[in-house]
Design a protein around this ligand. Structure first.
Ligand code: K2U
Ligand code: ZN
Length: 172
């Protein structure tokens, strides 16, 4: 397993649309998921999409366990949203690719998912609460969409300027 660098705005790779995994889940994909999970825990974060470590594949890892709880790693390969609720819910979001920027995004409160597991089994599952927020945030990443793309242009441009400034100051 290895901790990989997480891409940050304005890296153009983050705007790429990720490609589906073809021909089932292999050991190569599982090695990538293992690295993604280690990278996510190290960040720390509760979700990570493969494109955030530069791999344009439709793969997401997640762990919503609270501090002090036993880890509950989750793996989503070729996730699809089959249904979204009409009711929406605002949530304060952040992103490991837009460090130290937080703002409110409104998303459907409940979604129904279909995806392949770490072992390649196709399952369907309903999500609500933080799980629904996180999976929709990560699936945005698979379309090259960041949570700041849901904000006003003013807020989005301010966020990118702040991340670039912080990275310049870190490099000094
Ligand atoms: O995509 C990412 O960068 C992972 C996010 C996942 C996330 C975003 C918004 C709301 C929930 C999850 C990171 O984990 S950001 C850190 C974080 C942690 C807990 C709650 C919100 C944000
Ligand atoms: Zn993110």
């Amino acid at each position: 397993m290895a901790i990989r660098p997480i891409l940050t705005v304005p890296d153009p790779v983050l705007k790429q649309r990720s490609k589906p995994v073809e021909g089932g889940v292999t050991d190569v994909h599982r090695a990538l998921m293992d690295d993604m999970l280690e990278t996510m825990y190290d960040a720390p974060g509760i979700g990570l999409a493969a494109i955030q470590v530069g791999e344009p594949l439709r793969i997401i890892v997640m762990d919503l366990a609270r501090e002090g709880e036993e880890k509950q790693p989750r793996f989503f390969v070729n996730p699809e949203i089959l249904w979204t609720s009409d009711d929406k819910k605002p949530w304060e979001e952040g992103c490991l690719s837009v460090p130290d920027i937080y703002d409110e995004v409104e998303r459907p409160a409940r979604v129904r998912l279909r995806y392949m597991t770490y072992d390649g089994k196709t399952v369907e599952e309903d999500a609500e609460g933080l799980f629904a927020v996180c999976i929709q945030h990560e699936m945005d990443h698979l379309e090259g969409v960041l949570f700041i793309d849901h904000l006003s242009r003013l807020k989005r441009e301010s966020a990118v300027r702040k991340v670039k400034k912080a990275e310049r100051e870190r490099a000094l």
